[in-house]
Design a protein around this ligand. Sequence first.
Ligand SMILES: Nc1ncnc2c1ncn2[C@@H]1O[C@H](COP(=O)(O)OP(=O)(O)O)[C@@H](O)[C@H]1O
Ligand SMILES: [Mg+2]
Length: 363
Amino acid sequence: MSALSPPLPLRPGETLGILGGGQLGRMLALAAGRLGFDVAVLERDADSPAGRVAAHVIVGAYDDPEALKALAARARVVTYEFENVPAQAVQTLQQLGVEVAPGPEALAVAQDRITEKQFLNAAGAPTVAFRGADTPDEAVAAAEAMGAPVLMKTRREGYDGKGQRWIEHARDAAEVFRALGGRPVILEAPADFTRELSIIAARGRDGATAIYPLAENHHEGGILRRTLAPAIVSTALAEQAERIAVRVLEGLGYVGVIGIELFELADGRLLVNEIAPRVHNSGHWTQDGCSVDQFEQQVRAVCGWPLGPTMPHARIEMLNLLGDEVDQWARLAHDPDSRLHLYGKRVAQSGRKMGHVNKLRPL
Ligand SMILES: Nc1ncnc2c1ncn2[C@@H]1O[C@H](COP(=O)(O)OP(=O)(O)O)[C@@H](O)[C@H]1O
Ligand SMILES: [Mg+2]
């Protein structure tokens, strides 16, 4: 922060900056608005889901110095809605006196699947076994050493199951390496999971932590389809997940909301699949299941406010509305137990996240 900036907390009436104009940015902006903040969105597209509910839109690339300057002129706190923000953008904003949260360390760790797993294991948050490879030959050698089947993923920039392929025979690793773009990859041992769970957690600027109950997630084709939360789990499992969350938050000196994807194994152990340094699709249930949802929690954390309670008051089944499923809105609007959250996207391409519905169930 520059010498002239007053200390945090950010006060109602001030402006929060958000990098990214998608649905997560939109829901963050709506939560910020409820606390009396204005929002400035920096986004390449002039007509974005977040931009349409923000007080200010700065159109530009995340690495455009002029756009970053314009954002810094509006907002002394900036957060982001996706983890592929270039590190340089965060540095530039910091040099302009802006408080960026989560910080660059969390971003660097989450952007690279190998750095991420190395960090997690060092922090006492176990993962599957893995190896890196930068060439087709290294990919074959890694697959041979690990034994097939293995899952090859690009180290960077994968999402919704994109940029990953199962390898059934080690000799196929070279071809899959090329098919994934010839970029550095990670090879992962299969997680023989009984369930996929996730935990949404937050850490404030004062170091306080707040952790939501576990959510149970069901994916189809790599995309989250359905979340049930709070998941039905033993106290021991919940405590194991909370310990992992605290280790990750403390290990990163984190400020903000984080999504931690977990594999539950048959023997009761949890492995971390990946972390997302932002609000997370599997945390959307908190909008209708908790008094302070993950979006308000993120705003509170980055703005230097106290964290809010994470106690659930309902069980939620969250269903993503993908592609033309969003056309069900009129029918869902009739259902008293369905809460609709639509993202205002103009085109319903197949598989695209267009909205979600939180179905209320008794706790
Ligand atoms: N090592 C693994 N073993 C078994 N399944 C996996 C493994 N890694 C990922 N998956 C499956 O693929 C999905 C997407 O992988 P993930 O690493 O979370 O990528 P993305 O960044 O696309 O979400 C996971 O939710 C899980 O269902
Ligand atoms: Mg994932």
